[in-house]
Structures are given as structure tokens and as C-alpha cells.
Ligand binder design. Structure first.
Ligand code: FES
Length: 129
């Protein structure tokens, strides 16, 4: 069996939503101290809908595939849905990741949560709860 699913390879080779949103109103950056990978997520939110999302990932193939899939999962969705995105949902959408690569999908979840935190902070809301 191949180590990586076809979906992982597809999103790694042909990542969706790579880049920067100049007028983003939510930006999050997270890193993993162990592997040194960094992920930056840009959100453009209007009327509580994720109108656009882009990412820059300096990391492994699984991190790139996870970021790409995560952006696809939240694009066009309400903020309330994006807040519920888990690394499990990202991994499932990718048809799985090897166990030792699961932290790469966690990075994608954290990057989106961090960008949403920033969005709320800019609106003057400290907590999303
Ligand atoms: Fe660290 Fe993939 S090896 S994010």
C-alpha cells in the first residue's frame, strides 16, 4: 500500500489556494517546534462568510496537502463552520495520513483557528466562546 493517499499526493503536487490575501481581515501563523514547519493562513471574511482563504506553508508535503485541503473545506463556509474544523476532518478528507504525519494536519487546524482569533481580535472581541 502506498504511504500517502492519492488525495495527499494531488494536494501536495497541485495545492489549492496558495498565496497571500493583501486585504485579509484574519491572519494566523503557527509552527511546530519539533519539525520547524511553519504555516500562515489568510482569511477574507465578509458577512460572516469565508469569502477567500489562502495559505503559505514552509513545510513538508503533508503540511502542504493539509493546508490545501483545509482551505478547500472552509472556503465559502460560514465562520461558525470554520471554527469547528478539526485536524481529523482534514485527515479524513485526505483519505488519511501516516500516524507520524498527523501533526501536519494539526498545524492546519491551528493555523485556521489562529486566523479566526485574529479576525475576532480585530473586531474587538477577545474570546470566541
Ligand atoms: Fe512537521 Fe509535517 S513534518 S508539519
Amino acid at each position: 500500500m502506498a504511504l500517502y493517499s492519492e488525495k495527499v499526493m494531488d494536494h501536495f503536487r497541485n495545492p489549492r489556494n496558495v498565496g497571500v490575501i493583501e486585504d485579509a481581515n484574519g491572519i494566523g501563523e503557527v509552527g511546530n517546534a519539533k519539525c520547524g514547519d511553519i504555516m500562515k493562513m489568510y482569511l477574507k471574511i465578509e458577512d460572516d462568510i469565508i469569502k477567500d482563504v489562502k495559505f503559505e506553508t514552509f513545510g513538508c508535503g503533508s503540511a502542504i496537502a493539509s493546508s490545501s485541503m483545509a482551505t478547500e473545506l472552509i472556503k465559502g463556509k460560514p465562520v461558525s463552520e470554520a471554527m469547528k474544523l478539526t485536524n481529523k476532518a482534514v485527515t479524513e478528507a485526505l483519505d488519511g495520513l501516516p500516524a507520524y504525519k498527523l501533526h501536519c494536519s494539526v498545524l492546519a487546524e491551528e493555523a485556521i483557528q489562529s486566523a479566526l482569533d485574529d479576525y475576532y481580535k480585530r473586531k474587538g472581541i477577545e474570546s470566541r466562546e
